[in-house]
Design a protein around this ligand. Sequence first.
Ligand SMILES: [Mn+2]
Length: 261
Amino acid sequence: MKIEIGNGIDFIGDIHACYDEFMILLEKLGYQKNANGLYAHPKGRKLVSLGDVMSRGPQSIQCMEFFYAHVEAGLAYMIDSNHGWKIARWLDGRKVQLRHGDENVEREFKDYEKQHGKKETNTLKEKLKNLLLHAPSHYIFTMDGEDQVVCAHAGIRDDYVGKENNKIKDFCRYGDVAGMDERGKPIRREWYKQHEGDLLIVWGHDPKPEPLIINNTINIDQGLVFGGKLTCYRYPENEFVFVKANKNYSGKIGADNPIQK
Ligand SMILES: [Mn+2]
């Protein structure tokens, strides 16, 4: 799970099926289509998705196909996430309850099948299932072999870095969840307050109106699908690049909207 930083990394927060805004971001970052129709950076930078590329928003399939193709080509990386894991198991034919926007993915696949037929749909499902099932819980980015940055969808504890088991995978997908409140929302413990040392941890999952920077941790989920913005954090430049949402796709307003409250 170690990757050399090389010519630079562009960490991308939760896209949640907002493909149009993601394309605008890639252009802003200087990515260009290569001869194979894939987006590559002229300086050899790599894209890293913090997961939750699908669900809630309008174009889950496009977003997943993008990462399938770019991960295969070695142009991008994508880690595991809560929606990613749910959709992976659904694609694997397991019984899961599709909600919190996951039901949109099912609807998109029904439309896809009407247009492209069963065989093509099943081929696509198989590819995307493999991408999602095998996404690692976190990556460690190194410079000259030394650990510099870790990315994990919902965060990671210091003693979990570099290890992988079911408990760690769950932590990276959901964060440090202490149960549910009376509204059915997860009660999240602030794991980042315990982070110590120089290792930078980049995470998403928990939408904040602006990047939250605490103890060498950076949250870059700025609630794009909730009408916020899509964030890229560029390393080692330590710069943010944002694209505003075209609209609030989530249907959540007021106290139900995590970035409007
Ligand atoms: Mn998430």
